[in-house]
Design a protein around this ligand. Structure first.
Ligand code: NAP
Length: 350
């Protein structure tokens, strides 16, 4: 049976959960999927780096508390040394789940680039490299006969990107609209129920939906990156971040929400893109008061959904979780499954 050696870049919520899946369900997964996974390298800002060509003891790695110690106490280094580890470790696949600067896509974009230059395929849950460097990195992967997969960058493990790619041959995709941020959707839902804006944001933070700094969610930056990814990857839009008009939800008041409710409408933060008659694509993020029978109006709490506008089927909507460490770790697994499927296809075609 094939075993893929993987490296985990960033050992926070998502990659730790992937490591737990490999440790606890590895045998079951390999029986079901026809391949095994072995972690041969981990890097992390606080833990440092650990490289073992023969495979890292996952129970040991998962027991280490980054508040108490680093990998230096376990035969590794306190330095993440990302470039050296990514370029030289024995991994076939790099699982990138670090942090993104939304203006530059770094440091994640460099992690992806180093891996692809070194002959390693990449899966990432990071929006930055895909939104800001997607065409370059996909081109690099293709030129080097490698894979660059990023299902988790939009709606975590809910398979919107792969679903759209598999569904749309034979159909024309004219655009999409989606609820792509759980925090803002939760806040709008609570405001409709009568809570104030600040109180709703605080509640979202207490429930673990919102970051300590919720600006990226509330002001639409997070959705802007996701719209950019989908517009470029699914509509071939060739847009840059500044081309996606952006407006968040902070100007909405509980009064706006209750007035809309009385009129049979519901405010949602909608990320959308549409193909214009001249073939160009317009994309935006903005609050919209949707009629209650609109496909996205019933998407409640922290849920996400995307409605694709197709010529032969009309709107096709996918809904599901948009975040969560387990859901997002599953996205990485689904990326590796896709790489394995593509590899088998090439072998079958040869
Ligand atoms: N969790 C979700 O629901 C979700 C959903 C979709 C997408 N994502 C994306 O997936 C990525 C990972 O998310 P997460 O929830 O696992 O975040 P997280 O818990 O903050 O984990 C990220 C880890 O990467 C480490 N890190 C940051 N910069 C690094 C660097 N330059 N080199 C090595 N390690 C580095 C962090 O260390 P420190 O803790 O010391 O900073 C942390 O341990 C993020 O880009 C996130 O936006 C997450």
């Amino acid at each position: 049976m094939t075993t893929y050696d993987i490296a985990l870049i960033g050992f926070g919520g998502v990659n730790r959960t992937l490591a737990e899946l490999v440790a606890t369900r590895g045998d079951e997964l390999s029986r079901e999927l026809g391949f095994g996974l072995r972690v041969v390298a981990i890097t992390d800002l606080r833990l440092g780096s650990l490289v073992r060509d023969g495979g890292i003891d996952m129970d040991m790695a998962l027991r280490i508390n980054p508040a108490d110690e680093t990998f230096a106490a376990h035969g590794g280094s306190a330095d993440p040394d990302n470039e050296r580890v990514i370029r030289t470790c024995a991994a076939d696949i790099i699982c990138e789940a670090t942090f993104t600067n939304p203006a530059t896509g770094e440091p994640a974009a460099s992690h992806v680039r180093w891996a692809l230059e070194a002959g390693k395929s990449v899966c990432t849950t990071n929006k930055g490299p895909v939104a800001l460097h997607g065409a370059e990195l996909t081109g690099l992967a293709q030129r080097n006969g490698l894979h660059f997969e990023f299902e988790g960058a939009v709606m975590s493990g809910t398979p919107v990107i792969r679903f759209a790619r598999q569904l749309f041959p034979g159909l024309n995709l004219n655009g999409f609209e989606g609820i792509l941020n759980g925090t803002s959707n939760y806040v709008l839902g609570r405001m409709e129920e009568g809570l104030g804006f600040e109180e709703s944001v605080r509640e979202a933070q207490q429930r673990g939906y919102a970051e300590a700094d919720p600006t990226a969610d509330i002001d639409g930056h997070d959705v802007q990156l996701k719209v950019l990814i989908m517009a470029n990857e699914l509509l071939g839009a060739g847009l840059r971040l500044a081309d996606v008009q952006r407006q968040g939800i902070s100007a909405l008041t509980p009064g706006d929400l209750s007035r809309a409710k009385n009129e049979g409408r519901r405010w949602k933060l909608v990320g959308s893109a549409r193909r214009n008659p001249d073939g160009t694509v317009s994309a935006s993020v903005a609050p919209a008061a949707l009629p209650l029978d609109h496909g996205l109006a019933g998407v409640s709490r922290a849920n996400n959904a995307v409605s694709f506008n197709t010529d032969l089927l009309g709107p096709v909507t996918v809904s599901g979780p948009g975040a969560g460490r387990v859901e997002t770790a599953y996205a990485l697994l689904s990326d590796i499954i896709a790489m394995h499927g593509a590899r088998n296809q090439v072998a079958a075609d040869a």
